[in-house]
Design a protein around this ligand. Structure first.
Ligand code: UTP
Length: 479
């Protein structure tokens, strides 16, 4: 086998091996492995087109239209259609056609938690980590539909071992271990502004995960797609690791996706303001796409319709359903027409100088490449966007403080449970934002929707006092 050193030299990246001969053999081996994992042809193409290519033309948004979406019944959606979709989704779940899929390979720099983000304690009473919340939702749905729903979790090199160890230490949160599959996503090297690969140390390339869009090729490369095919799974329920409110398994969403023969379905919530930092579902040239908040021109972002609502209001909250064969096509990489683009980000990348000494940059010194999962939308047949209620389904933990932090997410969880209590006619004091005075918690094993909460509460005897520290569903968690 030819040592990757030669191809790196040919590609003008020979400096990666500058210190190779001075390294101990285990470090030589690991550098060789890292180098062998890099797709040099892909990288050279990116450097040529994205870095050395002629300046990029400003994007033309003149033909951009808002994507239409299916509203929830409360906003005028057809109630009968939602019931029909729910039935279709339930049938698919009973037939074992659905897998859950969490992307958890990110670096979580904004949160700054020392460990995989999914291990972050997030619920207000039990301090249950995000992974436990999802596990309980998946377990509840598996029991309800009489089919164990497999759960695929994408990690990355930075957190793979810690993630699998966390599940093992916690008994897989009551799930059958063989139903939980972990695989690592791909890595991309960071390059300097001349396109030269940056080294993190004399023996390490500065590598980082290839973005959540890398999940599509990782699903293929890991064998997950092939495994799903043998198991008759054709619907992949995609969600991020940071949103404890997500309905990991949503029968109505699944039903609409199947009835519309959609290859990629997405949930939306109306933006709260023109400046809210979420991507927006749009249509251009007949293709649905997400335009990032940073790209959407301010005049379009602020435009209102005849009802005074934002015209471009369909915010993307990173909840999708993928058709398995669609993932095979886009993630398989055989057909260039279905290649996800890379986005470039200028970042401070710790590196080394000519002598191999560490350099901690104070200004951006490098470029990282990432793919975004929603860039698959224009390739999908019959893409579908449906509305969900923000308060019910979106309160992510992104930051250590302020917006989208643990505090806002816990408040979001507590307001949801308070609404359920109110619907079940349980007396409860709340402030005028709906936040209850007492701090209690509802495990997804007790109920994961308002309807099921009302039923479960009715059946519960004796009924406990809803007070500080109450956890509904605690007993079942132990069993
Ligand atoms: P974010 O864009 O919030 O990034 O990821 P992040 O890495 O979690 O956090 P910051 O930006 O460093 O603070 C959204 C979702 O996509 C996953 C994350 O794990 C999260 O669930 N993701 C992101 C990946 O799985 N891989 C990636 O390469 C990037």
């Amino acid at each position: 086998m030819i040592h990757p050193r030669h191809s790196f030299e040919e590609a003008g990246q020979g400096h990666v091996f500058r210190f190779f001969d001075t390294l101990p053999s285990d470090q030589q081996d690991s550098l060789t492995r890292q180098a062998a994992g890099i797709d040099l042809a892909e990288l050279s193409r990116l450097i040529e087109t994205e870095i050395q290519g002629s300046e990029h033309q400003a994007e033309d948004f003149s033909d951009l239209e808002p994507a239409s979406y299916r509203p929830v019944p409360e906003h005028g959606g057809d109630k009968a259609a939602w019931i029909q979709a729910e039935e279709a989704g339930e049938a698919a779940l009973r037939a074992g056609r659905v897998a859950a899929f969490t992307v958890a390979g990110g670096q979580g720099t904004r949160l700054g938690f020392d460990g995989p983000k999914g291990a972050y304690p997030t619920t207000p009473v039990r301090n249950a980590p995000l992974f436990q919340v999802f596990a309980e939702k998946i377990r509840a749905a598996s029991e309800r539909y009489g089919k164990a729903i497999p759960w695929y979790i994408m990690t990355s090199d930075i957190n793979h071992a810690a993630t699998t160890a966390f599940f093992e230490e916690n008994g897989f949160f009551g799930l059958a271990p063989e139903r939980v599959r972990f695989f690592s996503q791909g890595l991309m090297p960071a390059v300097d502004f001349d396109g030269k690969i940056l080294m993190a140390s004399p023996s390490q390339i500065a590598l980082s995960p290839d973005g959540h869009g890398g999940s599509l090729r990782a699903l293929v490369r890991s064998g997950a797609i092939a495994e799903m095919e043998t198991q008759g799974i054709d619907v992949i329920s995609y969600f991020q690791v940071d949103n404890p409110l997500v309905a990991c398994i949503d029968p109505a969403f699944i039903g609409f996706h199947l009835l519309d023969e959609s290859e990629l379905s997405s949930k939306t919530v109306p933006k709260t303001s023109a400046g809210e930092k979420v991507g927006v579902f749009c249509v251009r040239g007949g293709k649905t796409q997400v335009v990032e908040y940073s790209d959407l021109p301010a005049d379009l972002a602020e435009e209102t319709d005849e009802n005074g609502e934002l015209r471009f209001r369909a915010g993307s909250i990173a909840i999708h359903l993928f058709d398995r064969d669609f993932v095979a096509r886009v993630g398989g990489g055989k057909d260039e027409a279905f290649r996800l683009p890379f986005h470039l980000a200028r970042k401070k990348v710790p590196t080394i100088d000519e002598a191999g000494n560490p350099v901690e940059p104070t200004e951006p010194n490098g470029i990282k490449f990432e793919m975004f999962v929603f860039d698959a939308l224009p390739f999908a047949q019959n893409p579908l966007v449906i509305e969900t209620k923000r308060a019910d389904e979106f309160s992510p933990v992104k930051n250590a403080e302020g917006a989208d932090s643990l505090a806002t997410s816990q408040a979001g969880q507590r307001r949801q449970w308070a609404r359920w209590c109110k619907a079940a006619e349980i007396p409860l004091e709340t402030d005028d934002t709906g936040l209850p005075e007492v701090i209690f918690e509802v495990s997804p094993l007790f109920a994961d929707t308002e309807e099921r909460f009302i039923e479960a509460w009715k059946a519960l005897e004796p009924k406990p006092e809803v007070e500080d520290g109450l956890v509904l569903g605690e007993a079942r968690r132990a069993g």
